[in-house]
Write a protein that binds this ligand. Structure first.
Ligand SMILES: O=C(O)Cc1cc(O)ccc1O
Ligand SMILES: [Fe+2]
Length: 454
């Protein structure tokens, strides 16, 4: 399957969780075994594991690479200069705070000085720890420069990248992904990848999960079809460069710190590979939404694209949920999101257009965080406009929108970077302050006995 956005040499395999095989040179995959004494073309065999060797078969993730030189061929890791102190991979008193206040950020500016994807990454919030393999971090990135002679390797967790502005051309050990705003990319723990920015200034959101991987949600009574479909997930095909370099750097994020190791060749030297532990992308416009067809507002879990589980059935470490264009048809119903308090914590971003619950202030590239049990819902303008429309509204379609939510059962602590950001909207609370009482009791219903509390 060739990329339909721009054509060319970005080819993909399709499916979710399959055991894929791909070779850039015919015959490069050993046909009968993983570790032949001599591999075809004199390649080295190397395995990457995404789960413990002993994980149950239906959860076991691994891939075999057949590469020109093995990954281990590099000088020792040293602290990377410059470091990026804004990246966190465990959350505690010393680096982040708890805050029940409803928070919102305006879109962050793209940088003035040359900044690549690694230097442009900043943690907003998160919970748990990459060391204990339980938790997550939510980052934002803003960059204007392609990574040069360098690859990133995240030893801490899996990245789910949501570009909001600017395409990302991501070279990985399995091949190349072209990811446009409106698509997402998943880069599993340990993969080496390099991010090129063909459109210059770019920004977006990243969810990182520690100790588990994304799955498609179960569909329960929905049945076999709907939401995100396996065949729409695209995995790169093998692509390699046999290239020598003076000082190619592998930047490894390990415990939130950056380390650098120098080598003299491109890490994108995998001529063939097979496995089910792979990077992939998904176009959010392919999502098939299900929703209310008569009355009331369904919970947002109906729009789950991918979920990362905890050990408790039905309780997510991190759900990736979208709010795509769709018809609203519910009768005698308040159609926008309801007012609520949630035991889960909700981080939201907007890829383009507007969001149905916020008439102002929640802008593409911006973000909000409604932490565990902090009340939130439609702003005053959205509420009043909905009520003013009355009950006689027919079906209408929400268009030009793509908002998303990272929702977690683990309560996030918020980074200093996010709390001290000049983009923090200190007036966010004002959007609800104008909600006035509509409470009226007709004279005839007044009951003096009850009024006196007797
Ligand atoms: O808070 C939000 O805007 C996200 C959200 C949307 C919705 O339709 C129902 C519940 C919910 O948390
Ligand atoms: Fe919510």
């Amino acid at each position: 399957m060739e990329d339909q956005i721009a054509g060319g040499d970005f080819d993909y395999l399709s499916g979710f969780g399959n055991h894929f095989s791909s070779e850039a040179l015919a015959g490069a995959l050993p046909p009968a075994q993983n570790s032949p004494l001599i591999c075809p073309y004199g390649l080295y065999a190397e395995q990457i594991s995404g789960t413990s060797f002993t994980s149950p078969r239906h959860r076991n993730l691994f891939s075999w690479f057949y590469r020109i030189k093995p990954s281990v061929t590099h000088e020792p890791f040293k602290p990377r200069v410059p470091s990026n102190e804004r990246i966190l991979s465990e959350f505690n008193h010393s680096n982040s705070s708890v805050n029940p206040t409803q928070l919102r950020w305006k879109p962050i500016d793209t940088p003035n000085s040359p900044t690549d994807f690694i230097d442009g990454l900043s943690t907003v919030c998160g919970s748990g720890s990459s060391f204990t393999r339980h938790g997550y971090a939510i980052h934002m990135y803003t960059a204007n420069k392609s990574m040069d002679k360098c690859a990133f390797c995240n030893a801490d967790g899996d990245f789910l990248i949501v570009p909001q502005q600017g395409r990302l051309f991501i070279t990985t050990e399995c091949g190349r992904l072209k990811v446009s705003p409106g698509e997402i990319a998943i880069l599993p723990q340990g993969f080496r990848f390099s991010v090129n920015l063909p459109d210059g200034p770019s920004r977006g959101y990243v969810a990182e999960i520690f100790g588990t991987h994304f799955q498609l949600p179960d569909l329960g009574p929905i049945g076999a079809n709907g939401l995100a479909t396996s065949r729409h997930f695209l995995v790169p095909t093998a692509w390699f460069e046999d290239k020598s370099y003076h000082g190619y750097t592998i930047v490894q994020k390990f415990g939130g710190e950056l380390f650098a190791a120098v080598q003299d060749f491109s890490p994108f030297n995998v001529v063939a590979w097979h496995g089910n532990y792979v990077p992939y992308k998904y176009d959010l416009r392919k999502f098939c939404p299900y929703n209310t067809v008569l009355f009331d507002h369904g919970d947002p879990s109906i729009n789950t694209v991918l979920t990362a589980p905890t050990d408790k059935p039905g309780v997510a470490l991190l759900d990736f949920v979208i709010f795509p264009p769709r018809w609203l048809v519910a009768e005698h119903t308040f159609r926008p999101p309801y007012f609520h308090r949630n035991c889960m914590s909700e981080f939201m971003g907007l890829i383009h257009g507007g969001y149905e619950a916020k008439a102002d202030g929640f802008l593409p590239g911006g973000a909000s965080l409604h932490n565990c049990m902090s009340p939130h819902g439609p702003d005053t303008k959205s509420y009043e406009a909905t009520i003013a429309r009355g009950t006689d509204v027919g079906p209408y379609k929400i268009t030009d929108t793509m908002a998303f939510m990272f929702e977690s059962s683990l309560i996030p602590r918020i980074s200093q970077w996010a709390l001290e950001s000049p983009f923090l909207d200190h007036d966010y609370y004002q959007c609800w302050i104008g909600l006035r009482s509509h409470f009226t009791v007709p004279e005839t219903s007044k009951n003096p006995t009850l009024q006196n509390g007797q």
